[in-house]
Design a protein around this ligand. Sequence first.
Ligand SMILES: Cc1cc2nc3c(=O)[nH]c(=O)nc-3n(C[C@H](O)[C@H](O)[C@H](O)COP(=O)(O)O)c2cc1C
Length: 341
Amino acid sequence: MIDLCTDYLGLQLKSPLVVSSSPLSESVENILRLEEAGAAAVVLASIFEEQLALESKALDHDLSRGTESFAESLSYFPAYDDYLQGQDAYLNRLHRAKSRASIPIIASLNGASAGGWVRFAKEIEQAGADALELNTYSLATGFLKTSAMIEEGIVDLVYRVKQSTSIPVAVKLSPQYTSIPHLARQLDDAGADALVLFNRFYQPDFDIENLNVIPRLTLSRPEELLLRLHWVAVLYGHLRAELAVTGGVHSAEDVLKSIMAGAQVAMAASALLKHGTSHLTTMQIDLTRWMEEHEYQSIRQMRGSLSRRSVPDSSAFERGNYIRTLSSYTLRQKDALPRPG
Ligand SMILES: Cc1cc2nc3c(=O)[nH]c(=O)nc-3n(C[C@H](O)[C@H](O)[C@H](O)COP(=O)(O)O)c2cc1C
């Protein structure tokens, strides 16, 4: 009997297959469908700092404090009226999901600056969330802000959220930091219970006819997993915080790679949006079959087996690999340079 169990954020999960924050969890009915299809836990779609601050008495304070991107970002929010009722609706959905589903429900707070809104973490806890994912998505557009200032801001935010709640807190990060290991260590020290690697960077497209910049969300491709595997493999074994992969998990093989890099769980959104909820069942069947064929008894047994500290030649994760990768490329016939003459 194959044991797919894994621990994550103090929770005993039946498998490493977690549904990441997305519209997939926008209704309780869909959460139940995900559970039935094999999800071991679901991360709710986020509630945003901007939504919370709108409702909060802390708004004036936040604005005068100079959260520079805040006022600007408000103007970009769609469904502005919906956001005004955001808090109650969010807590209500969380509460209903908890009372009807038997898998853990992880709430998601999405914000980038430490303001009064972080107190919402307590309300999330009181509504019954098993854990909280804090998405720190932000873009550095200020010319006077150094990378150290930005990282300090994130660490401070995590510290404050941890102070506001006693449920476990996972921190979802973007990959664009100068030193991911250094930031990871600081977040670990600030009390992060897990790091979720990584956010995708959504670049807007240009409409050259109407001179507009338009938001564009494309679903992920499996190749995006490689960036996550690299950093999970580098961090594994060096932190108290657990590691989770999000981004490019499309198949059972991707889940296996994530676990072997050192993750506790592998999260999926795009693959489920593309292929439907039943894709979770396929992934679980394929996962079990692969483990049987390769004589693995448990997920725990394979965790970290391809991490930087476990592989015999760790240069695969270092500069040496860069040189090897470049020189490993051989020109195919059709790419070959034309012969002179
Ligand atoms: C339509 C859509 C909505 C999303 N909404 C959120 C969100 O509210 N909060 C969040 O943290 N991530 C959100 N994400 C990001 C996903 O949780 C996930 O991290 C990302 O899509 C990478 O995983 P994937 O390759 O499995 O899609 C969203 C993704 C999609 C496709």
